[in-house]
Design a protein around this ligand. Structure first.
Ligand code: FHN
Length: 429
């Protein structure tokens, strides 16, 4: 036993200690901005949209690379209008965009000098849509994040293969670290050629969970190029060293309702949860299962009640337009936020834990009680961290309340409730 311990301690002595990540002041400020922003648009867009069957079509239909390479010549998004997209984002009350720079099919939606497997070299459209979007975001004051897939079903050096992408017809060979160098090279391009970037949203680590992903090197590259850029990695684990926020997918933080979240624990970093409007991330012409605006507002509010941002997804069509079922809902959410945004933007989770009836959010001495599902006229709350000096609806109508040493009673008549979410503002002394 002694020998084993001696061997382990001497081995640990020679292993390079992972340098502890110390976020720059600009990064810490960016984290505060991120948490205050509370609401963003997720965009899954790629050549897969030509088939109208989601972003996993290459894997699900077992399409080999040489077949899949026939898609880009059919992708010509002549109706793409960056100003229209960013204006829709602002009309929705969103503060940032996270768009796929590269999804699992490996196709770069930007002009990469490291490969011709990209939108400029392989499509009749020949324009760098990420550059167009980045310029418009900088012009309209919307932060831009890039979703970048670790996993790659097209690159020959993504080898050994992972759990997915096993029917792509690639040779059973490849240089793993040459693939990582390629991936780091594209990350360098994204953080060099597109101005200030909000951050990188990684996904696909789970395809090879035991591989040496060399995350420390990639994360250092990002933070060296843009210290304020926030790194998130959708690995469904507690955050790794070097990450700046933690995301959850199709689940509120700690919800564990989605299979891949069963082991997910909530860490200490800023939080974000992402969800689709129908069921698909990438454009799916057959998916008509749209969530109602009420459901989407509830998701946004419940996320805020869990101290998390809400990243709501659209999958644009191959012509570059966003379908009306999505844009209508986004505008309706924006309408609710124009009246109630004070209870979401810049808040943190409130003093009362999320409940079935709703959640609380808080900003300074104001506590916002969000009545999402309350059939009764009276709501009992536990004691609050201060005496109430005022209770009112967002329209200013006073709310009757009572305080005892047991807690607080609010009386909110059914008449005059907001069908999406009735917010009661409590001012505490
Ligand atoms: O495989 C991806 C999927 O295509 C999509 O990008 C979602 C969005 O969070 N993430 C992965 C599934 O967990």
């Amino acid at each position: 036993m002694k020998t084993g311990c001696l061997l382990l301690s001497s081995l640990l002595a020679v292993l390079p200690a992972a340098a502890e990540y110390r976020p720059a002041a600009a990064n810490l400020a960016a984290r505060q901005w991120f948490q205050d922003a509370r609401f963003g648009l997720f965009i899954h867009w790629g050549v897969y949209s030509v088939l109208g069957d989601g972003e996993w079509v290459m894997n699900n239909r077992k399409i080999p690379v040489e077949e899949y390479e026939k898609l880009p010549p059919q992708f010509n998004p002549t109706k793409f209008d960056a100003a229209e997209w960013v204006s829709l984002v602002k009309a929705a009350g969103m503060r940032y965009i996270t768009i796929t720079s590269k999804h699992h099919d490996g196709f770069a939606m930007f002009d990469s000098k490291l490969t011709d497997w990209d939108i400029v070299d392989r499509t009749p459209y020949k324009k760098d849509v990420l550059k167009m979007l980045a310029d418009e975001c900088h012009k309209q004051g919307i932060k831009l994040f890039f979703y970048h897939s670790h996993l790659d079903w097209h690159h020959p050096d993504y080898y050994p293969r992972g759990r997915t992408g096993r029917n792509t017809g690639r040779p059973e060979s490849g240089e793993w670290y040459r693939y990582l160098d390629f991936m780091d090279g594209e990350i360098r391009e994204l953080l060099t050629n597109y101005g200030e970037i909000g951050g990188i949203w990684f996904d696909g680590w789970w395809d090879k969970p035991t591989a040496d992903w060399r995350l420390e090197k990639t994360y250092k590259l990002i933070h060296d190029l843009q210290p304020a850029a926030l790194i998130g990695n959708n690995h469904h684990r507690l955050p790794f060293e070097g990450e700046d926020f933690q995301m959850f997918e199709k689940d509120l933080p700690g919800g564990k309702t989605a299979e891949f979240n069963k082991d997910a624990q909530v860490g200490k970093l800023p939080l974000e949860t992402c969800e689709t409007i129908n069921k698909a991330w990438g454009y799916n012409q057959n998916d008509q299962q749209y969530k109602s605006t009420r459901e989407l507002v509830h998701y946004l509010v419940r996320a805020a009640g869990h101290n998390a941002n809400f990243l709501l997804n659209v999958g644009p069509r191959p012509d570059g337009t966003i379908q009306p079922e999505f844009s209508e809902r986004l505008r309706e959410i924006g309408g609710w936020l124009r009246a109630n945004g004070e209870s979401i933007y810049g808040t943190r989770q409130g003093p009362v834990a999320p409940r079935d009836w709703g959640v609380t959010t808080q900003k300074g001495k104001k506590v916002y009680v969000h009545l999402l599902k309350l059939e009764d006229e009276v709501l009992a709350l536990p004691k609050l961290p201060g005496k109430i000096t005022r209770a009112a609806l967002v329209n200013g109508a006073k709310v009757e309340y009572g305080e005892t040493n047991l807690g607080v009673l609010l009386k909110v008549p059914l008449a005059g409730r907001d069908p999406l979410d009735t917010v009661v503002t409590l001012e505490l002394q």
